[in-house]
Design a protein around this ligand. Structure first.
Ligand SMILES: Cc1cc2nc3c(=O)[nH]c(=O)nc-3n(C[C@H](O)[C@H](O)[C@H](O)COP(=O)(O)O)c2cc1C
Length: 199
């Protein structure tokens, strides 16, 4: 396993090495994280998503923008991510603001998805009530038929990505007898400052 985070490290670099460690050790979905959003009534909600990108700006995921999380993010751009890797005994908390990825970026990622997942993105009105499961299967069948002669399925207008641009990233390493190690990086202009926290 990689050494503990240092004050001079960039938190994104630490994140990348920890994710690589998790990719070697976790049984499934090392890129899975819990994502918290807050709606217009200040009600938080949380769900599991998959991380699909990290560039020098932030952490990218894809979803239906008309979902519950999409509604939340329209009302309140703040979001938080939590990665917990049980086998690594590590946790990362990330807080920041979200913005939509560009149309080009979303198109490029959508094009890499399996055809059936692309059809699913058209067929599912994510988070909206569904009368019965057969209704969803019928919707899938309708879109399969609609796109049957098309080599390339276009990205639905309601499906895109968000980038969480963090102002705080905290790395947590399990310690003996609950004496865990915590390393909190806070953005300070163009730089990051790290402080240790009590467990
Ligand atoms: C392992 C795992 C990965 C998931 N990845 C995604 C994802 O990347 N995007 C997504 O929209 N939903 C994903 N989901 C489903 C979400 O947890 C959630 O059910 C869905 O996004 C609707 O959430 P909402 O109603 O809060 O908008 C995933 C679920 C699991 C368990």
């Amino acid at each position: 396993m990689t050494p503990l985070p240092q004050a001079t490290d960039h938190p994104f670099d630490v994140f990348r090495t920890w994710l690589q460690d998790a990719e070697k050790k976790e049984l499934s979905y090392p890129n899975a994280f819990s994502f918290a959003s807050v709606n217009a009534d200040s009600q938080p909600s949380v769900r599991t998503l998959l991380l699909k990108g990290l560039d020098d700006r932030g952490f990218v995921f894809y979803t239906n923008t008309q979902s519950r999380k999409g509604d939340d993010l329209r009302a309140n751009i703040n979001g938080a991510m939590l990665f917990y890797w049980k086998t690594c005994q590590r946790q990362i908390r990330i807080e920041g603001v979200t913005e939509r990825v560009s149309e080009t970026e979303a198109d490029s990622y959508f094009a890499t998805r399996p055809r059936e997942s692309q059809i699913g993105a058209w067929a599912s009105a994510q988070s909206r009530p569904l009368g019965q499961y057969e209704d969803l299967q019928e919707s899938v069948a309708r879109y399969r038929a609609q796109f049957k002669d098309k080599d390339v399925i276009p990205r639905p207008p309601h499906w895109s990505g968000y980038r969480l641009i963090p102002h705080a990233v905290e790395f947590w390493v399990e310690g003996e007898f609950r004496l865990h190690r915590r390393f909190l990086y806070r953005r300070n202009g163009a730089d990051w400052q790290m402080a240790l926290l009590n467990p």
